[in-house]
Design a protein around this ligand. Structure first.
Ligand code: FSO
Ligand code: SF4
Length: 541
């Protein structure tokens, strides 16, 4: 196996024996083959000029396949094998329907058993591209497209789609099979990936807010009640809604974990009095937090840490693109409805959660809420009460070096405000950093996809202050990344013209020295330094 798609990749160069994430060689190789099959579909769509509006089922399965291969989403070899078979069937039917005459291997190869699949996978993975710069750019594009796919899938679950995004997905993936493209072509495609990333985040924002209302300032309880309860993790708000609907009146409470915390900010979910609070922290803390939670856990998207404790594993359920061998997977029926009754029944037999902390956190500062406060914010900037904003969005992770972000937040001058989104927030959202004239010093917009809100806020400030360049604003970007959704957020920011982004705790292992140099020279991307040195750099910029 060879995988270097996430921030925790072994030695920051690549996992080769087993994933640091817990992915086995077999799962890694099957995921490579699934991506290759999806590239084959892309090749056919592009070469035959197929109109994406005519292939809805294929669009959806391609998006799901990409999502399945995101870090920590799916560890289930059987589920991935089944998806390969499914996708190859769709590919062959498409080739026939669209009269594909080409002979690109990804579009025509066949496999007939697991053994066959693993054999084939060995020659089509990341290392199949020999030139390290081309490999680096191809993978950067693929990871961006994977992140985009996750957001597109959540929007699709709410019934929102954008054919331009599907068309670009095929264009980008087909391009990764094309040996005649130059490095410059691939750099241009990378930026275009960022452009479509903005569209994907806008689509999801539209989907979430049109269905559930605009996030608003909300105080979320982080303690526990005494009822049996279910913990829901991930990003999918439709799963959230269905779980709340089905648990209402059953005596079973619902708590969010990790990236699901922002569900509390949506008006539509406030009517459920069994929606009890947020339990714990970012995804990687699940190892201990799931033990003390006591009740069942539902994963709606990625960030599964393979459970070592069989007692905990027996309480874990997956749905959507996620999967873990031995854990029950809940599928939607043809109307998109999921039956969570088994989880609710199990919850009733289990203890209520152990309390691991008490108190509250405040969030809900997505674009609409911040725009409502715009006058206050603008006045604070004009009066000098707010000197600078720090966008500290992205992901959290296990590495000790991420303590940097807590220390950085603590050391920030009192006249600065942190704008956050994604699970990176857990490094500083319980620090009691106070407020500036009623504006909290940590403004949480929501999930990583709500980084879109942070971009809209920056663009709004640019307009209010009549600036020509978003980089003239008093906003610094100190972003943490972990997996491929952070890659699409980064590419989206680059597309919007944001410069001098600091990215940590390490620069991606998949950036070759030459590709890293392009990002540094063109966009001023920088790695993480010491807290004090970076603080000085940012404050004097
Ligand atoms: Fe965190 Fe995981 Fe949202 Fe990521 S939960 S790390 S960028 O999947 O998705 O922020
Ligand atoms: Fe390694 Fe990350 Fe790939 Fe897992 S997803 S195998 S940790 S690089």
């Amino acid at each position: 196996m060879f995988c270097y798609q996430c921030q925790e990749t072994a030695k920051n160069t690549g996992c080769t024996v087993m994933g640091v994430c817990g992915k086995t060689e077999e799962v890694a190789n099957l995921q490579d083959l699934l991506i290759y099959a999806v590239k084959g579909i892309s090749e056919i769509v592009v070469k035959t000029n197929t109109n994406v509006a005519d292939i809805a089922k294929i669009n959806h399965e391609v998006i799901k396949s990409l999502f399945i291969t995101i870090t920590n989403a799916n560890f289930d070899a059987d589920a991935i094998e089944a998806q390969i078979v499914n996708v190859l069937g769709l590919r062959d039917q498409l080739a026939k329907d669209a009269s594909y005459q080409g002979n690109n291997d990804a579009a025509v190869f066949s496999v007939s058993s697991r053994e066959d699949m693993l054999k084939k996978a060995a020659s089509v993975g990341v290392l199949a591209t020999e030139n390290e710069d081309v490999r680096s750019l191809r993978e950067l594009i693929i990871y961006g497209v994977k992140g985009m796919a996750a957001y597109v899938e959540h929007a699709l679950n709410i019934g929102k789609e954008n054919n331009d995004i599907y068309a670009f997905t095929y264009e980008a993936l087909a391009a990764t099979l094309n040996d005649s493209l130059s490095a410059d072509d691939l750099v241009a495609l990378t930026l275009k990936t960022g452009e479509l990333g903005v569209s994907a985040m806008a689509l999801l924002d539209e989907a979430n807010t049109s269905r559930y209302g605009n996030p608003e300032i909300t105080t979320v309880n982080i303690g526990v009640r005494k009822n049996p309860a279910i913990l829901i993790s991930g990003h999918d708000l439709v799963d959230m809604e269905q779980l709340l609907e089905q648990t209402q009146g059953t005596g079973v409470d619902v708590y969010t974990h990790g990236e699901m915390l922002p569900a509390h900010y949506y008006p539509a979910f406030k009517k459920y009095d069994n929606f009890a609070g947020n339990y714990g922290n970012a995804w990687w803390k699940q190892v201990t937090e799931f033990e003390s939670f006591r009740g069942p856990i539902l994963f709606t998207t990625n960030c599964i840490v393979p459970p070592k404790n069989p007692e905990v594993a027996a309480r874990i359920y997956t749905t959507g693109a996620t999967g873990f061998p031995g854990c029950k997977h809940i599928e939607a029926d043809e109307n998109g409805k999921k039956d969570f009754s088994e989880i609710i029944a199990l919850a009733k037999t289990l203890q209520s959660p152990d309390e691991i902390e008490t108190g509250t956190i405040v969030g809900g500062f997505a674009h609409n809420q911040v725009f409502a406060l715009a006058d206050k914010v603008v006045d604070a900037v004009k009066s000098g009460a707010i000197k600078k904003f720090f966008v500290m969005a992205g992901c959290d992770g296990r590495m000790k070096s991420r303590d940097y972000y807590t220390e950085f937040a603590e050391k920030l001058p009192k006249d600065t405000v942190i704008l956050t989104a994604g699970c990176a927030k857990y490094r500083y959202n319980k620090l009691q950093l106070g407020d500036i004239g009623g504006i909290p010093r940590v403004l949480d917009a929501g999930q990583c996809n709500d980084s879109y809100s942070l971009a809209l806020i920056a663009l709004k400030l640019k307009e209010v202050f009549e600036l020509n360049d978003v980089n003239d604003l008093p906003i610094a970007y100190n972003i943490a990344w972990y997996e491929q959704k952070a890659v699409i957020v980064l590419l989206a920011l680059l597309h919007l013209g944001v410069k001098n982004i600091h990215l940590g705790p390490t620069l991606p292992g998949f950036l070759s020295p030459n590709v890293a140099k392009v990002l540094v020279d063109t966009f001023g991307i920088a790695g993480m330094g010491s807290v004090d040195a970076d603080m000085e750099l940012f404050m004097n910029a």
